[in-house]
Design a protein around this ligand. Sequence first.
Ligand code: KG4
Ligand code: ZN
Length: 378
Amino acid sequence: MNETNTNSREQLILGIESSCDETAAAIVAGGRRVLSSVVASQIELHRKYGGVVPELASREHLRQIVPVVREAVVQAGVKLNDVDAVAVTRGPGLVGSLLVGVTYGKVLALALGKPLIGVNHLEGHVHAVLLEAHEAGRCLDLPAVCLIVSGGHTIIYHVKSESSTGTARFSYARIGGTRDDAAGEAYDKVARLLALGYPGGPIIDRLAAHGDARAIRFGEPKMSGNRFDFSFSGIKTAVLYHVRRNPQLQPGIEARKEALARGERSADSLRVLCDAETLGLIASFQRSVVDDLVHRTLAAAEQHAARTILVSGGVAANSELRRTFEAEAKRSGLDVYFPSRALSTDNAAMIAAAGYPRFLAGQHEDATLNAEPNLPLA
Ligand code: KG4
Ligand code: ZN
């Protein structure tokens, strides 16, 4: 038996994630210690389409799932038979993509004679934050408000602890969410409009630092009803109209299209092709999205008397979002937690971590487990 095993009697969960465009597998010990986390990204495959193409995604998951799981087991220094349970994302997500993980997870659990656990992808994002908070020895003060903000989701949940035994079991209530585009989707669409490549979030994050965020004032989305709801389709359209009204931005867009076609997509090579006006537009867009996310989440925390804010999902990797949340939460006397950048975007460590309390509670699935593309968390 190797060192990892002798050192720990913690139970090992193999997590499998395939809900969108990342094929991922991870081994997590005791629900908290990440022994391995392998992610095969499909960004290169979808890049030329400017977004995820579902058919291509499921085919690529089929190609990747076996080697990715094998790699996670090898990197963890364990044997497949040492695994105590298989936890797999059952939804929400793209049905064809989900089916690959669900089917493979089912067959693997059956073949190994180990329990199968079905995990909600959104609960996985919540656990991504908890994983690292625990690892860093930080103790969360619940109830919390959790913002999940990615390419597919922008939702605020109220998170309460369900147990007093120290095993993380939570209940969720939906406070608000986007009525149209997710925030990450807005980043990706604006990046496409301005010829900044795909995915849009990381490049806009880098370029925005060089622009004047006060250059353009985008108004708040006009919405009646729930004040914790979001809308990002308006700002995307506002950027489109701005570009149409300002033809002087066009030569830069053409130059960047050519650079992208040559494979020059780094922030440095695109930045020299952005004039001050374009950088101002990028910075103003980001400022507006970040302010909206932070202010509505803080208002939700206040309304629900939460002391803690959790932020997770691909957009949680955004540096401006992190800085603003940290500054504003401090001012309001709240604690704010983010996952590391690696665990912000889709991964399987968060799925294994979310599966662990279900495993302990005996919430096992049988061979009827199915992909649920619209599975809600609350
Ligand atoms: O969580 P994720 O990997 O997949 C989904 O479940 O959607 O999130 C991907 C999204 C993309 O829209 C991407 O543009 C965005 O997260 N993203 C970012 C950053 N890094 C990734 N958005 C803003 N700033 C970033 N640094
Ligand atoms: Zn996700």
